[in-house]
Write a protein that binds this ligand. Structure first.
Ligand code: CP
Length: 359
């Protein structure tokens, strides 16, 4: 069956049937002209797209250093408008996407709470999203509901005015652009150490409900012989779907609750906070999370080249005393988010080639 016929068939499905269709069977639905049209899942990124985004991000970063370069970048998408629909709290994803739009000259509108949109009057998220497509050329969204970014893209792709959707975090599900910035940071840090292949990534914390851990695990499949050490309290272990994915792709992993004893094996330590906003009955209160805090005394147990990462925001998972250690990478990660998100938007609107031709 041709790609076009497959997409036409998918368009006929109800949302329930579409949502339950395995991801590999519906990825084409979110592509146009062999490019990602809607950025929803980490599994959409193949190695060549990742490398293209890394090169574009680095080029943007260098061009934007000079006023003349930044002025030029701001001409590229000055005819485009983005809707930032962020109805779950966010600082860095929101501001970095807003900055990314500004770097490319886009105009932005924003809604940051369902209490200030017509959803308070009973409008559905679906109608709200369709409304954005009347005014904007792209929707960048953060939402508390799993699958809602996919639903937005599914819905808009059936209308006469389909506009691209970027998932800036959807419930416990995925945060693909966080994974991109994490990967860009890993690539930078291991540039003179053989790259990301063969590295051991330790992920610690709330692995059950942390969407950044899920999305980064999926994305790292693009690299050879990457191994994972998942460190968490028993209740917050990685979920079965992630384990199935790891087994299917023959990716080695280990689960443990021993952070201190595992540090020496890691090339990167990725800390995360407890995601208690997803508690149903205050269950986080019964978990001793202090064993999953990285403290100054841990630093001597880690390899000299081992980098320390965190998607942020943090609570006590990384002591502030660690911030000045050269291996601490989380503030760089945060800034990298702006460059890689700029590159992603440029790619999605097809101006990445022009950027790469710039001297
Ligand atoms: N890492 C991350 O998504 O941060 P925000 O919640 O501040 O956007």
């Amino acid at each position: 069956m041709t790609k076009k016929n497959k997409t036409t068939d998918l368009k006929k499905l109800s949302w329930k049937d579409f949502y339950s269709t395995p991801l590999e069977k519906k990825l084409d639905y979110f592509e146009k002209d062999n490019r990602i049209f809607d950025c929803l899942f980490s599994q959409q990124f193949r190695k060549e797209i990742i490398q293209n985004l890394f090169s574009t991000a680095s080029k943007i970063r260098s061009v934007a250093k000079q006023k003349e370069g930044l002025d030029w970048l701001q001409t590229l998408l000055s005819h485009k408008r983005a809707m930032l629909y962020f109805v779950q709290p966010s600082t860095r994803t929101f501001v970095s996407f807003q900055s990314a739009c500004h770097i490319l000259g886009m105009k932005v509108s924003e809604i940051r709470s369902t209490s200030t949109s017509s959803e308070l009057k009973g409008e559905t998220p679906e109608d709200t999203i369709r409304t954005f497509s009347s005014y904007a050329d792209m929707i960048i969204m953060r939402h508390f509901e799993e699958g809602i970014a996919e639903k937005a893209a599914w819905l808009l792709n059936k209308t006469k005015r389909p506009i691209p959707v970027i998932n800036g975090g959807s419930g416990k599900d995925q945060h693909p652009t966080q994974a991109l910035l994490d990967l860009y940071t890993l690539n930078w840090a291991f540039n003179d150490k053989g790259g990301i292949d063969n590295k051991t990534i330790l992920m610690s914390g709330d692995l059950r409900r942390g969407r950044t851990v899920r999305s980064l695990t999926y994305l790292l499949k693009n690299y050879k012989n990457v191994k994972f050490i998942y460190v968490s309290p028993e209740y917050l272990r990685i979920t079965d779907d992630i384990k199935t994915f790891l087994k299917k792709h023959k990716i080695k992993y280990k689960e443990t609750d021993d952070l201190t004893g595992s540090l020496k094996f890691a090339d990167a330590v990725y800390m995360t906070r407890i995601q208690d906003e997803y508690d149903i009955n205050n269950e986080s209160k019964n978990i001793d999370y202090s064993k999953f805090h990285l403290k100054k005394e841990h630093l001597k147990l880690m390899q000299k080249h081992c980098i320390i990462m965190h998607p942020l925001p943090r609570r006590a998972e990384i002591s502030v005393e660690i911030d000045s250690d050269p291996r601490a990478m989380y503030w760089r990660q945060e800034r990298n988010g702006m460059w890689i998100r700029t590159a992603l938007i440029a790619y999605m609107f097809g101006v990445d080639g022009e950027i790469m031709k710039r001297w």
